[in-house]
Design a protein around this ligand. Structure first.
Ligand code: GDP
Ligand code: MN
Length: 415
């Protein structure tokens, strides 16, 4: 799921006729000052990050004057919420809250539902997971019809929304479903939906996530990687994602598994296929080593693709070894892998004398492939061990060899 920032989601809500607070985005304290001044009234300054719980983290703060907004923006910009650095803030008019509601739409994949479900609660402003079940209303959505206004009215009135706001709350709920459909959302949440003291109904927050497979239909969103990341995509992630974007011959993908490889034991990880990746990860974790990244080249990729993935894996400065985890008898011709790996290691190993490399490759054209590896890597200054199908089911052995080489390498470097 690709997440959007609050201010992006609110723009789509506004386009659909849902009221949002007046305001603007700022990436410097000075810009925050300018927006607050333009508002001419107290404002709220909100960190724009792909993480919830900003309120609790102190990343949603209130300012009475532009000077105060400037100071708060200074404090919030540069904060980290979850593992996301705050690069922009949203400065909005502060609303005078009478009541906070919750409106959300998510797909329910369970067998007896299989449709989007709209969720409504009069207890907005907190995590919906923390709201008691009897305060939550849910309704299935017929995807073709959306949420008819009479159903939305029914929902809001059963929830106990007072008569004077019923029409508007129902209208917003129905339109939220429209927006969910229009942008192929995986989640669309307005929490809180604010009822102001002067009777307006305004989206106070917006969490919007797009189905990865539908991102291509929405180029206007400018999403670079259609995946939900636990951190901002690193350069590694962007390069890893791009490998398959322009070349469809087999698949090659790589992403970071951690962004702080400060502790020892991280290995550059390169699997051939998803099953092999799982076995390879087990092989590492059973001996106390950790994958610094995930990478997978499969579906009969060309050597150039294997090479790019291997180069990317080997570009990680703090890894203590490289594991080619071919824990599968692949029916693809493995010599493409052999060629790609040879070239990558020939370029990289001279910069890393003694670097541990355990290479397991099995499957079609195996003998020829292992021969390519042996010949191509002969004489390089690494600790290189090459295995074939006789070890394909022996993950303990392969993990053990990786660990043994890493320990030798550490001793050598400590000297
Ligand atoms: P989240 O914690 O990341 O979900 O951030 P929200 O945007 O939901 O803000 C958290 C809380 O801040 C809301 O539930 C409100 O109680 C409060 N809040 C946000 N905007 C305003 C506002 O304009 N006026 C007032 N009085 N409170 C607000
Ligand atoms: Mn919220």
């Amino acid at each position: 799921m690709a997440r959007l920032f609050e201010h992006e989601g609110k723009r789509f809500l506004a386009d659909a006729g849902i009221a949002v607070p007046r305001g603007g985005v700022a990436s410097t304290p000075k810009e925050a000052y300018d927006v607050a001044r333009r508002m001419g009234k107290p404002v709220v300054v909100k960190a724009q990050v792909w993480a919830g719980g900003r309120g609790k983290a102190g990343a949603v703060r209130f300012a009475d004057t532009p000077e105060e907004a400037e100071n708060l923006a200074g404090a919030i910009l540069g904060m980290e919420v979850g593992r996301f650095p705050v690069r922009t803030v949203l400065v909005e008019e502060k609303l005078d809250i009478e009541k906070e509601y919750y409106v959300g739409v998510i797909p329910d994949f369970s067998r007896h539902v299989r449709s989007p479900v709209v969720i409504f609660s009069t207890e907005g402003g907190m995590n919906i997971e923390d709201v008691p079940q009897d305060k939550i209303l849910k309704s299935r959505i017929d995807y073709a019809k959306g949420l008819p206004l009479y159903d939305a009215l029914d929902m809001a009135s059963s929830a106990g929304v007072p008569n004077k706001s019923l029409q508007e709350v129902a209208r917003v709920t129905a339109r939220t479903v429209d927006v969910f459909k229009k942008y192929d959302c995986r989640i669309l949440e307005i929490n809180p939906l604010i009822l102001t003291r002067d009777g307006k109904v305004i989206a106070g927050d917006c969490r919007m996530g797009i189905d990865d497979n539908a991102v291509f239909r929405h180029p206007e969103m400018g999403i670079t990687i259609p995946r939900e990341f636990p951190w901002e995509p690193t350069e590694f992630d962007v390069v890893g994602w791009g490998i398959d974007e322009t070349d469809f011959r087999g698949s090659g993908f790589a992403m970071k598994m951690t962004v702080d490889e400060v502790s020892p034991g991280f290995i550059g990880f390169h699997a051939i296929g998803g099953g092999a990746a799982m076995v390879g990860m087990d092989a590492l974790s059973r001996v106390g080593l950790k994958p610094a990244n995930f990478a997978d080249t499969s579906g009969n990729p060309v050597a150039s693709k294997v090479y790019r993935v291997a180069k990317l894996v080997l570009s990680q400065p703090n890894i203590e070894g490289y594991l080619l985890a071919g824990f599968i008898i692949a029916n693809q011709e493995q010599w493409h892998h052999a060629h790609g790996i040879v070239r990558a290691l020939r370029e990289e190993l001279p910069n890393r004398p003694g670097f541990p490399c355990v290479l397991l490759l099995a499957g079609n054209k195996e003998e020829e492939s292992l021969q390519i590896l042996r010949e191509g890597l002969g004489g390089l200054p690494g600790r290189i061990e090459i295995y074939g199908s006789d070890r394909v089911e022996d993950s303990d052995f392969v993990g053990g060899r990786m660990l043994a080489l890493v320990e030798e390498y550490r001793k050598e470097k400590a000297r």
